[in-house]
Design a protein. Sequence first.
Length: 250
Amino acid sequence: MIREIIKFGDGPSVAVAAADAFIETAGNLLKAKDEIHVCLTGGTLGILSLVKISEHPGCEALAWDRIHIWWGDDRFVPLGHPDSNAKQAKDALLGQLLMLDDSKVHAFPSFDPASAVPIDEQLDAAAEAFRAEVAKYVPAGQTQPYFDISFVGMGPDGHVLSLFPGHEIPAAGVTVIAEHNSPKPPPQRLSFSYEAINNSGEIWFTVGGADKAEAVSVAFSDAPTRLPVGRVHAVNKTVWFIDDAAAAGI
């Protein structure tokens, strides 16, 4: 597995570079495959990267109708809530794509505040339902879906997706987890597992800010699995699009 580190002066430059790489890589993949699967992330740089994709001169020419869209995780909030990664992605990019096939947009289920079912019970049911949805796209003979490109962000504590330090590692074969006790609000989240996200052809970390430097240094240390970020790696290539402040310790 190849690991690349590409450093930039600031966060916006990280987002521009990730957008450039996406347009080129996705275009090349679509020359060789009928469809590709892309996993998006939230966070400041994750969403800014989507904005930069929307502004890229090659965006409209990309065959978006042949791209499946997923998210690494999302907050279990009502449909259309501004804190939802899916809603933010729609505003930043997806809502502007005329060629996008809505049947290929696989957002996590949402919380129904009008339901009499308690939120934690809804969350567990949502995870089970989404596992069934994901199972439709698991390649024959495998236990996990395959993502051609996965964007991944990282918190200052080293968490990725909704996989947090000190929390139980999902059992082997699990695709989707229900997180009931996120240390960041809201506590209820849905997330792909380590095993699922690691079944990506390429994983692209988009990381910026001095508050991320300590966790980044752990990821590149001799004991990276002390933090969730150190447990994430792609099948073929893991690329770090990172600014100088976050890379200060490596």
